[in-house]
Design a protein around this ligand. Structure first.
Ligand SMILES: [Zn+2]
Length: 461
């Protein structure tokens, strides 16, 4: 199984960056593909079991809000795939609990690496919970084109794999032959790290040591999902070298030209002045600190407002409500099929709400008006349902806390209810009035009290 070093192959064979469109069920969704650099149809091997692997955290420190935006954005995509496109998605995520960073942190804190890992693992699960992120179905704790170096570590020889640089173009010097290093080339990466004194190790065929970071994801995903993965996700910073290496070693291991059919990468979270948040820049805000002042629903809406691949940062026409509603439904459908474009969904829903509110304020002049309340109800159901797909339950408990942050949203909701109610009264439409009463009661349970004064409504905490 262990193939020892061979001569560097010629550069002409190197940059073969073809993507193979898989066979199976075409979901109708177009998704950005970093290999072709275009949007391509999302075809899954089996509609009744769609596999998605996500790189989880290395638990050496508290997670920051950059991680939070990645988890929430991927959670939104998973909800869209499950609840909107009705795919039976099986999600797998790893937690890296042994790594250089954990060992270094354990030395700083004078604790064992396992203590450090278990502590932050627990914190991570709590973070996901508080961010309303659905937990993965399988959460995992933790050879071939390789050579053994002088210190006993095993490295993957990238020169032996002609598709290296598939996900991200790499400079030629990355692949140059190394002199004075234990690695053949700087791009070679560790599959197995030889044991060092006072560090945890396991016995293996290669001798005592521990797995490299990249092999961990390949081994776990390969073991649970197998030789073909529909979707593999992670933050954009993992595309290279982590995902490149995972793909290279897994393709080699399974003797296949393509292991992962689709890679999904979420954009970084940027602070003001376009500075990336990262541990090395010491400008991180932990998820727990953020949640002291920002409600998770508000954070989720902020994530929805920027496209998942991007960095996080009304008009009235004469069309009738039903036309607006069906147009919005089509727009939402198209936007979600178009690489999960949530900002366009929110924009479309905002337009629909504006048209609806304006329309309800316009006095009735024709007989069609009578039917509108049915569509107003349909608009409300549609909007609430779409938000639920995204994990934002507008009528849920989350709205209870820090009501000041929500006052704009509540204003819109109360205004909308007031309009529905006025219509219900003028048309003696019991269904519309019942819906208004239900909304009032549900909001009361959340600490928002609505008072109806004739046709006008007000609210207080
Ligand atoms: Zn990974």
């Amino acid at each position: 199984m262990l193939l020892l070093r061979k001569a560097i192959i010629s550069n002409s064979k190197r940059f073969k960056t073809n993507w193979i469109q898989p066979e199976g069920y075409d979901t109708g969704i177009k998704v950005y593909n970093c290999v072709t650099r275009t949007k391509v149809p999302l075809v899954v091997a089996n509609k009744s079991c769609v596999t998605m692997y996500t790189c989880g955290p290395t638990v050496y420190d508290s997670a920051h809000i950059g991680h939070a935006s990645c988890y929430v954005k991927l959670d939104i995509i998973q909800r869209i795939l499950r609840r909107y496109f009705k795919l039976n998605l099986v999600t797998v995520m790893n937690i890296t609990d042994i790594d250089d960073k954990i060992i270094n942190e354990s030395k700083n804190l004078n604790k064992s690496p396992i203590e450090v890992a278990r502590c932050h693992e627990k914190e991570y699960i709590q973070d996901l919970d508080q961010l309303l992120v659905t937990k993965p179905d399988v959460l995992l704790f933790d050879e071939k084109f390789a050579y053994k170096s002088e210190d006993g570590s095993v490295y993957f020889d990238v020169s032996q794999y002609e598709n290296y640089g598939k996900l991200q173009k790499i400079g030629e010097n990355t692949l140059e032959v190394n002199t004075g290093s234990i690695k053949n080339s700087p791009a070679d990466f560790a599959l197995w790290k030889a044991a060092k004194p006072n560090e945890p190790y396991w016995d293996s065929f290669f001798g005592p040591g521990r797995p490299g970071w990249h092999i961990e994801c390949s081994a776990l995903a390969g073991n649970i999902i197998g030789s073909s993965v529909d979707i593999h996700a992670g933050g954009i910073d993992l595309r290279f070298p982590h995902h490149e290496n995972e793909e290279a070693q897994s393709c080699t291991f399974f003797s296949k030209p393509q292991w992962v059919n689709y890679w999904l990468h979420t954009g970084h979270l940027h602070l003001r002045d376009s500075v990336k948040m990262s541990k090395s820049l010491k400008n991180t805000i932990s998820i727990q600190d953020m949640l002291k002042t920002v409600n998770p629903v508000v954070f989720r809406v902020a994530c929805l407002l920027s496209h998942y691949r991007r960095q996080l940062q009304s008009t009235i026409d004469n069309k009738s409500l039903i036309e607006s509603l069906s147009e919005t439904m089509t727009a939402v459908d198209n936007a979600l099929q178009d690489d999960f474009n949530t900002p366009v969904v929110i924009e479309s829903i905002h337009r629909l709400m504006t048209v609806t509110n304006k329309m309800l304020h316009t006095p009735s002049t024709n007989s069609n008006y009578l039917n509108h309340s049915v569509y107003v109800t349909a608009v409300m159901n549609f909007v609430l349902e779409i938000f639920k797909v995204f994990g934002v339950d507008i009528l849920s408990k989350q709205i209870n806390e820090e009501v000041n942050d929500y006052s704009d949203i509540i204003d819109v909701l109360i205004k909308f209810r007031q309009n529905v109610r006025q219509l219900g009264i003028s048309e003696r439409n019991e269904n519309a009035l019942k819906l208004c009463d239900e909304t009032r009661d549900e909001l009361r349970n959340l600490g928002v009290y609505i008072k109806d004064h004739g046709k006008i409504s007000s609210w207080s905490r």
